[in-house]
Unconditional design. Sequence first.
Length: 78
Amino acid sequence: MGKIFTGNGWIIKVQGAEHPPVHVYVLHPSGKAVLFLDGTVINSGVPAKIVAEAKVWVVENMALVMQEWLIMGNPEKR
């Protein structure tokens, strides 16, 4: 996985060879959430406050998310 952000006790990663649509993983000691760029969230234990912070970060850093998505999706570039 390509780590693209570390927050206060949580991280955002993009996993290689993933399926569309574009999404990131929010990893927290309490669980994992998947954030899709369309705003959809699948949450398995991450506190709502952290999910909200991660969503803001993803929106503000959309270009970086897309860049990492393209890199991680191409084994020759990983």
